[in-house]
Structure formats: structure tokens, C-alpha cells
Design a binder for this molecule. Sequence first.
Ligand SMILES: Nc1ncnc2c1ncn2[C@@H]1O[C@H](COP(=O)(O)OP(=O)(O)OP(=O)(O)O)[C@@H](O)[C@H]1O
Length: 259
Amino acid sequence: MAKRIDVHGLTAYYGAHKAIEDITMHVEPTSVTAFIGPSGCGKSTLLRTLNRMHEVTPGGRVEGKVLLDNEDLYGPEVDPVAVRRTVGMVFQRPNPFPTMSIYDNVAAGLRLNGIRYRKSELDDIVERNLRGANLWHEVKDRLNRPGSGLSGGQQQRLCIARAIAVEPEVLLMDEPCSALDPISTLAIEDLIDKLKTRYTIVIVTHNMQQAARVSDRTAFFNLPAVGRPGRLIEVDATEKIFSNPSVPDTEDYISGRFG
Ligand SMILES: Nc1ncnc2c1ncn2[C@@H]1O[C@H](COP(=O)(O)OP(=O)(O)OP(=O)(O)O)[C@@H](O)[C@H]1O
């Protein structure tokens, strides 16, 4: 089941460096939320706080709260590994496990979870998720070939198949199309549109048209001054942000006057 995310007064650090400050917002389930803003304003940092990946970076820590359907992801009892299973992530560069077959790439997360599946069960899961990632027809005759032999766009859809195979509740995407050509980008955007009926999706993008095309809500972040932490400027329905934003800085950014 897709879940709602509530971020409350979130500040994130890299050692002594405060990267983002006092972010409060929510992310709605079964919808796409885009994070936009100039380079260095903390979009990727905030994204990584949503599945506790931020703390994997040395010195990475947070203050504040991230609630997933009212459960604090940073609560004392919470296992960060379990969080990353519930809140999946797709990265900027497609990163299939290079020596693994297409089949094993999709099955990898399931095997890591330690559950034993019968071969026929696993076959079904792999097929279902490759279909879910709009990749099945392109790879069904070469499932045992390495994932690294696919095109960049196919590799990214393979990574999405791998991410959804473990049935996460949220899917985080950090510039998932920035290494892809326009055709592969459209394929991923179509896929995002299809996936949002089942998942809560957050996507970081530098591409304004992409944010306008794929997202339901858009959050604009900015740096108040050089060296200062990034702040959330406004978050609203994507249509509103792109047609009639409340804050002049948002208007300046989306119309290309800075950033
Ligand atoms: N591993 C790291 N160690 C130290 N500082 C970091 C690290 N990663 C990011 N930062 C700093 O945190 C701040 C926010 O960076 P972040 O990558 O989240 O911004 P961004 O908006 O995603 O940028 P971009 O659009 O260029 O990807 C920046 O000041 C950046 O220099």
C-alpha cells in the first residue's frame, strides 16, 4: 500500500555543514511529487533522508522527523535496512548489478530478504515486475544475459523492476532520466505515470518540463545565500507552481531567470 510522508522541521547535516534547514511538507500517496531547485539547494539530500540513506554518508545526520503513515522513520526502534526496503530508490545513473543476469537483477532484492521461493514463483515475480517496468517484451528472450548488456534506458527500467520487486510503499527517484536519451526518458515518464497508481513517488529533476509532465505536486527549494542551507520555498499543485506560484523566487526559477 502506498503511504503518505510527513516531513517535520527536518534539518540535515554533512558533518558540520548544514545542507538543508527546517523543511516541513507532506507527500501524498499514489501521486508524484517533484523536487526542483538550483544545484546545491539540497533536493537529493532531502530525498535521501526519506529512506535513511543520508546517514550512510560519513557525517550524515538529521534533526526533525520523517513520518511514514504516522510512523517516525527515525524512531529508536526502527531498523534503517527495513526502512530502505519499504522506501525504494532509483538513482541517477542506472546501476544494475553488472555481473548478474537480467533475471537475477530483478530477483536480487527478494533473495536478500532471505525468503526462499520456488523457481516457478520466482519466475512469476520476475516476469510481473519486468512487465510492471515496461521491459518484459524487450528482454523476455534473454533473461539470462547480463543486465549490463542493456541500453541505458533499458538498464534504468531494469533498476525500476528491481526496486518494485520487493514491493516498496514509496519509490524515490533521483534524476532518473538525466543519463538517458529523449526516447528512453519518455519511456521512464510513461512508466512513472503507470506506477503512481500503486506507489507514492518522489522525483528529483532538473528538467522543468519533466516536472510539469510527470508530477501532481511540485516542491521548489532554494538557497537564501551562498553557503547557507537550502530551504523549501513552496510546495503546491504542479499546475499552480507552473502557472501562478505564490512566491516570486519560484516564478523567477521556473521562467529561467536564475538557477
Ligand atoms: N557527500 C557530501 N558530503 C558533504 N557535503 C555534501 C555531500 N553531498 C552534498 N553535500 C552538500 O549538501 C548541499 C546539498 O547538496 P545536494 O546534492 O543535496 O543538492 P542538490 O539540490 O541535489 O544538487 P544538484 O541539483 O546539483 O544535484 C550542498 O551544499 C552540497 O555541497
